[in-house]
Design a protein around this ligand. Sequence first.
Ligand SMILES: CC(C)(COP(=O)(O)OP(=O)(O)OC[C@H]1O[C@@H](n2cnc3c(N)ncnc32)[C@H](O)[C@@H]1OP(=O)(O)O)[C@@H](O)C(=O)NCCC(=O)NCCS
Length: 187
Amino acid sequence: MFPIVITGPRLTLREFRSNDLDASMAVVGDPDVTRTLSFDPRSRTDQAQRLQQDITRAQTQPRPDYYLAIANSTDLLVGFVRIGLGRDQSGELGYAVRRDDWGKGYATEAAALMLNFGFEKLRLHRIQAACGPDNHASQRLLARLTFTPEGRIRDHVFTDGAWRDSLLYSILDHEWADQRPPTGRVR
Ligand SMILES: CC(C)(COP(=O)(O)OP(=O)(O)OC[C@H]1O[C@@H](n2cnc3c(N)ncnc32)[C@H](O)[C@@H]1OP(=O)(O)O)[C@@H](O)C(=O)NCCC(=O)NCCS
C-alpha cells in the first residue's frame, strides 16, 4: 500500500518527504531522543541520505515496513512511527517524538493509529515492541495500549558504546479488537 495517510484526532501519519529533513533532525539528531533508541545521533548528511532511502523503500513492493512520519496540525514532522513486518503475520512497533513535544500524548496517539492500521489493514496477528529497562515513558505507553510484558532480552542492542537489555511486549489482534480506544481512519 502506498501512499499511506492515517488521520487521528490531533496527528497525521504520512509518508516521508524530502523537505522533512530539517524537522527529522530534531528527532534522529538529538542525543536525548536517540539515547533510548538502537542507534547513535545522526549527522545531517547521514540523515539526508537515509531519508531518501526511506522514501524509496516505501515504494517497494511488497513493503518491508511501514515507516511513517508523525505530523502535527501544521503538517510539521514531530516524530516517526514504524511497523517492521516479520513472518507469520507479525510486526514490530517503534516510535520516537522530538524532545520539544514529549508529554503531550503524541506517541500514544501515533502508536494507537499504527496498531489500528497493523491489525485492520495489514491483518497482522501479533505486534511486538522492545524497549530499554530504563525507558519508563515507553513502558507507560505500552501498558496504556494494553501490551503484555513477555520478558527480558539480554544484550539486545549495542548503543552508546555498550550492550543494553530490552523488555519485550506484545499485543495480539483479538486483544486489540477487544480493547482499542477510538482512533483515526486510513485514507
Ligand atoms: C518514548 C516517547 C516516544 C514517548 O513520547 P511522548 O509523546 O512523550 O509519549 P506520551 O506523551 O504519549 O506519553 C506516554 C506515557 O509515558 C508517560 N511519560 C512521559 N514521559 C515520562 C517520563 N519521563 N517518565 C515516566 N513516564 C513518562 C506519560 O505520562 C504517558 O503515560 P500515561 O498515558 O499513563 O500518562 C518519547 O519519550 C521519545 O521519543 N523517547 C525517545 C525515543 C524512544 O525511546 N522511543 C521508544 C523506543 S522503545
